[in-house]
Design a protein. Sequence first.
Length: 327
Amino acid sequence: MKKIASIILSLFLASSISLAAQSDSLENAADLEKYREVNDFVDENESCFKCHAETKYVLVDEFFGTEFVNSLCPDKMVTRDEYYSMVHKSFACLDCHAYDYEEFPHPLSARLEEPYQCIDCHGYDENYAHFQFEDIEMEYMESVHAEQVENFSCWKCHDPHSYQLTVRDDGATIKEAIAYNNDICLSCHSDFSRFELLTDREEIDILDTHDWLPNQAAHFGSVRCIECHTSLSDSTLVAHHVQPSELAVKKCSECHSKNSILMASLYKHEAKESRRKYGFINGVILNEAYVIGANRNTTLSFIGILLFLLTMGGISIHIVARIIFKK
Ligand code: HEC
Ligand code: HEC
Ligand code: HEC
Ligand code: HEC
Ligand code: HEC
Ligand code: HEC
Ligand code: HEC
C-alpha cells in the first residue's frame, strides 16, 4: 500500500517538475550568431547546452514552488567553443544521440542505444579515402586497447565533442600537434578516475615507468607517445597499432640516428610537405627534424653528438658524486 502511494506520488511530482536551467556561461547572443555560421542546429542544441554547458542546473517544482539546484558532473560537460570548432562542428546533438535524451531525467532506453562508430559513416567512402579509415580500423583492432579493454572504442581517444585534426592542420606547429596528441593518451594515463572506469588494473605512473628516459619533459614535449608505442605503419599517417609495452621502443638510437624512425612517423607529413616545397635536401634540413640528427650537415651532427656526450658525461659525474657524498 505504501509502495503504491509512493509510486503515485512520484508520478505526480514528476509531472509537476519543470526545467529552468540558466545559461550562465553564454556570454552574449553574438556568440550564438558566430556558431550559426558553422551549424544549422544551434537552437536545437541549446536545449541540451542549457544544462550540459553549465556547472549546475535548476529543477523547479511548480506545484510547491521549490527549486532544486544540482551540480552537473564535469565529465558530462560539453563546451560550446570546443564543440563548434571540432571536426563534427556542423552536427546536432541528436545526430549521434537518441531522441529520448530530450526527456529529463534521461530514460534508460536512451543510454542503452549503441553509439555509431567512425567506420559506420566514413568506411568505404571515397570522400574520406585519404584518411584511410579502413586501415586505421584494422590497426586499431589489433591494439592493446581493443584487445584488452572491453568498452574501448575510437571515441575514447577521439573525444566526440572536441576532436580536432592537428597533423594535417597547416596552422598547427609540430610542437602543438605533439602536445595535442600526448594529451589524448594522458587523458587516461595521467587521470586515474578515467582509467579505472575501463580496467581493474592498478594505477600506472607514467613518470615512474619512463624513468629510464633522460629529461622526460623534453622528450614528452618533442615526441609523441605513439612514436614508441605503435608499430610503424606504411599506409596510415597516424599509426594506430598500440602494442604491449614489452614491444615499445627503448633504444636511444632508434631516434638519435640518421635513419631515425621519426622520419617515417612524426615527420612523415612535414617531410612530404617541405620536400614538395623546397626539394629533398633543403626540405629535410629546413624542417624542424634537424634536432634528431637526421640532417645531412655532418658538422651540426658532430656538435650534436658532442653536446649529447657532454650531457651524458655530466649526468654520470653527478650520479657518481651523489653516490660518493651520500653520507
Ligand atoms: C535539465 C538538464 C539537462 C538537459 C536539458 C539535458 N541533459 Fe543530458 N544529462 C543531464 C544530467 C544531470 C546528466 C547526468 C546524470 C544522468 O546521467 O542522468 C545527463 C547525462 C547525459 C548523457 C550521459 C548519459 C550516460 O548514461 O552517461 C548524455 C549522452 C546526455 N545527457 C545527452 C543529452 C542531450 C543530447 C540533451 C539534449 C537533447 C540533454 N542531454 C539534455 C542533464 C540534462
Ligand atoms: C559525432 C557524434 C556526437 C555528437 C554530435 C554529440 N555527441 Fe555526445 N557523445 C557521443 C559519443 C559517441 C559518446 C560516448 C563517448 C564514450 O563512449 O566515451 C557521447 C557522450 C556524451 C555524454 C556523456 C559523457 C560522459 O563521459 O559520460 C554527454 C553528456 C553528451 N555526449 C552530450 C552531448 C551533447 C550535449 C551534444 C550536443 C551539444 C552531443 N553530445 C553531441 C557522440 C556525439
Ligand atoms: C554519424 C556519422 C559520423 C560518425 C559516427 C563519425 N563521423 Fe566523422 N564526419 C561525418 C560527417 C558528415 C563529416 C563532415 C562534417 C562537415 O563537413 O561538417 C565528418 C567529418 C570528419 C572529419 C573531417 C574531414 C575533413 O576533411 O575535414 C574527420 C577527420 C572525421 N570526421 C573523423 C571521424 C572519426 C575519427 C570518427 C570516430 C571517432 C568519426 N568521424 C565519426 C560523419 C560522421
Ligand atoms: C589510443 C588512442 C586512439 C584510438 C583508440 C584511435 N585513435 Fe585515431 N588518432 C589518435 C591520435 C593521437 C591521432 C592524431 C591526432 C592529430 O594529431 O590530429 C589520431 C588520428 C586519427 C585520424 C586522422 C589521421 C589523418 O590522416 O589525419 C583518423 C581518421 C583516425 N584517427 C581514426 C580513428 C578510428 C577510425 C579509430 C577506431 C577504429 C581510431 N582513430 C582510434 C589516437 C587514437
Ligand atoms: C622514448 C620512447 C617512449 C615514449 C616517448 C613513451 N613511452 Fe611509454 N613506454 C616505453 C617503454 C620502453 C616502456 C616499457 C618500460 C619497461 O617495461 O621498462 C613503456 C611503458 C609504458 C606503459 C606501460 C607501463 C606498465 O607498467 O605496464 C604505458 C601505459 C606507457 N608507456 C604510456 C606512455 C604514454 C601515455 C606516453 C606519452 C606521454 C609514453 N608512454 C611515451 C617507451 C616510451
Ligand atoms: C580512454 C582511456 C585510455 C586512453 C585515451 C589511452 N589508454 Fe592506454 N590504456 C588504457 C587502459 C584502461 C589500459 C589497461 C589495459 C589493461 O587492462 O591491460 C591501457 C594500457 C596501455 C598500455 C599498456 C599495455 C600493456 O602492455 O600492459 C600502453 C602501452 C598504452 N595503454 C598506451 C597508450 C597510448 C600510447 C595512448 C594514446 C595514443 C593511450 N594508451 C590512450 C586506457 C587508455
Ligand atoms: C622516440 C624517439 C626518441 C627516443 C627513443 C629517444 N629520444 Fe632522446 N630525444 C628525442 C628528441 C626528438 C629530442 C629533442 C628534444 C628537444 O626538443 O630538445 C631528444 C632529446 C634528447 C636529449 C637532450 C634533452 C635536453 O635536455 O634538451 C637527450 C640527452 C636525449 N634525448 C637522450 C636520449 C637517451 C639517452 C635515450 C635512450 C634512453 C633517448 N634519448 C631516446 C627523441 C628520442
